[in-house]
Design a protein around this ligand. Sequence first.
Ligand code: PMV
Length: 347
Amino acid sequence: NDLTQGSVSVSAPSNIALVKYWGKKENQIPANPSVSFTLSHCKTITTLAFAEKNNDGSFSFELLFDGRPKDDFKPKIEKFFERIQAYVPFLKKYHFTIDTRNTFPHSSGIASSASGMAALAVALMQVERQLSPEINDDYFYRKASFLARLGSGSACRSVRGDVVIWGAHADFPESSDSYGLAFPHPIHDNFRQYQDTILLVDKGKKEVSSTVGHDLMHGHPFAAQRFSQAHHNLSRLSVVLQNGNLEDFVSILESEALTLHAMMMTSMPYYILMKPHTLEIINRIWAFRKHTGIPVCFTLDAGANVHVLYPENVSVEVLDFIKTELVGYCENGQYICDTIGHGAELI
Ligand code: PMV
């Protein structure tokens, strides 16, 4: 098959880790396995146009963000292309125009690298499929996740599935360090339409980039303990996702979030990535849970924003609580309501 030009459009969501990935080896190989909920509303939408050029041995692309040239993202894409070129033979054959936008506000403090890299990886696979129509879905999504990982580790969990495991784990024979695997067992109804309300406590740029953060785990005094704990928590969470025990879900999730932050507080150099409002929110969630018995909990990424997670059947009560007690701690009162989703879509 020979194509001189064309264009593909893809959307890919963000994801929120339940068991956290923190620490990596060479080639974006995770130091421990992780698992995430795929989100639904926080997405990147990318149109990738390609036009044949002379294969002069270099990459050629332009980048548009919200329809305008965005040169400060170019080095990231250049680096991504370098990492994936061995697997994508047509990369130097085309000039690409990457036209991308996010459904969530830019500089909201929500990392767009997972959704952005997943969308670009799936778009590249769409081009590969046009060149080689015989490739099947399994190969398509597995390789898309593999490529996304080389862009940003956690991006490999944004390609396919509502609950995605990344990293080899003894309980999951098909799991891999190289790409994400959709959770292979049926998930309990309690987790259907699970809600994630993201409270934007600090919309600034991340204080510590995830690259620097992962590096802090090299030589970290508690690294070995942490990595084995992640294996253990993934085993426990796997049981919970199948039996629907929300009390255990809450305790695994919150412990994972606090452990991630504990790793940063005990590294050298050390960081505190929570803000006073992050702590206020956590305390309010604990008080509300104790008072009402509603199994709402929080998780955190490597920053100050709080993800509030709860089952769909209590969303009226929890949203009311969020609006009356928590919104005041958000920057400009901003928060985003999301729910569990299914992964990338071809548009
Ligand atoms: O994909 P990266 O390199 O940006 O790392 C993401 C790390 C965390 O968001 C803190 C945890 C995770 O598993 O997503």
